[in-house]
Design a protein around this ligand. Structure first.
Ligand code: FAD
Length: 321
């Protein structure tokens, strides 16, 4: 098996999800080669992180013209690289860009595909992987047929490796006809959140129980103290208390942080669909019957306006020690 993995960078920095994907690919490669593909300008110091995560080789397209993510051109370069080198498995992280690239490259490579993968493949009888389906409410075991398989793994589901290996870098030689690229980015406006929600290990989230945007400083104070990202329920973004980029749930972002603190959120099934895979869930709600308490590991029955300042104060005191 010859394993390839796309290592996504954000302004030249590899995200944790990219390093997880490389570690995953290296685990399934075993003693076979694990080749990471990097697109856009990235320093050797950053590329070294891919070697440390398990890439035996890194194929780079280190061109400034490729710094801006474009699903069409990236998919052509990745598929071309896999084809040129006889790759049998191509791994992505199931991030926004991974979700855009995996099906495109699968189509270009005539490969089978599974997204939302949460297990290593079982190759004892075929190529079997476990994936989460129905917004994380069920699992499916799928067998991928054919010579090439594309996997998009769920972020925060696999351990990072630290191999200490040094970088083996090669320039990529795949190409594409730029006149065939139909979509061009005109302008990029970044979400203002300090920590990317999809990458965050800790998330503090507010619902309609926060009463209004003027009270969000309580959520932000706790998030800043913990180094957490902020999120919200759907109605909160629908009524423009918070930007849509913070909306988690069935129709929003699916997250899987180590800690999810839900404040003034009832715990409707559509909200839980996006957060229930969090490792530890803390619910703060003044209603002891709120459904969130059934899904939470820890619950605080109380008024958010009294509880939040106390928790923030306690977290600050703990950090000061
Ligand atoms: C097709 C569909 C898709 C949907 N997708 C999503 C989705 O992706 N994400 C999502 O979030 N929702 C989604 N919803 C909406 C979902 O069903 C709920 O209506 C929504 O999650 C409720 O938001 P909330 O908990 O913030 O508000 P509410 O239901 O109004 O709950 C507010 C909570 O705050 C508590 N509270 C009030 N005051 C305080 C206080 N002072 N201190 C502490 N607690 C307090 C209340 O007890 C209550 O539990 C979807 C619905 C549908 C039909």
């Amino acid at each position: 098996m010859s394993i390839f993995v796309f290592a996504e960078n954000s302004e030249g920095i590899f995200k944790k999800s990219a390093l997880e994907a490389v570690s995953y690919a290296s685990e399934i490669a075993g003693s076979n080669s694990c080749t990471a593909i990097s697109i856009g300008e990235v320093s050797d110091e950053q590329l070294n992180a891919l070697a440390n995560a398990g890439a035996s080789q890194v194929i780079v397209y280190n061109e400034s013209g490729l710094n801006q993510f474009n699903a069409e051109s990236y998919a052509k370069l990745i598929a071309g690289t896999v084809q040129q080198n006889g790759g049998s498995v191509l791994v992505y992280s199931n991030t926004y860009s991974g979700k855009a690239l995996a099906p495109r490259t699968a189509a270009l490579l005539k490969a089978s595909i599974a997204s939302g993968v949460i297990s290593y493949p079982d190759t004892s009888n075929g190529f079997l992987v476990k994936r989460s389906v129905y917004s994380g409410k069920a699992f499916a075991m799928v067998n991928l047929p054919g010579a090439i398989k594309v996997l998009a793994i769920t972020p925060n589901s696999f351990n990072l490796k630290s191999t200490g290996a040094t970088l083996n870098k090669v320039s990529g030689t795949a190409s594409y006809d730029s006149s065939e690229v139909k979509t061009k980015s005109i302008e990029v406006s970044k979400a203002s959140g300090k920590i990317a929600l999809t990458e965050a290990e800790l998330v503090v989230s507010g619902g309609r129980g926060m009463k209004g945007p003027e009270n969000w400083h309580l959520i932000e104070d706790l998030a800043d103290t913990l180094g957490a990202a902020t999120a919200c329920s759907k109605p909160v973004s629908d009524i423009h208390w918070r930007p849509h980029s913070e909306h988690v749930g069935q129709t929003g972002i699916t997250i899987k942080p180590n800690l999810y603190i839900a404040v003034g959120i009832s715990g409707a099934i559509q909200h839980l669909a996006g957060v229930s895979s969090s490792k530890v869930i803390v619910a703060i709600n003044k209603d002891p019957e709120a459904p969130f308490f059934k899904a939470a590991d820890y619950g605080i029955v109380g008024d958010a306006f009294e509880v939040l300042p106390k928790i923030t104060e306690a977290a600050k005191a703990l950090k000061a020690k």
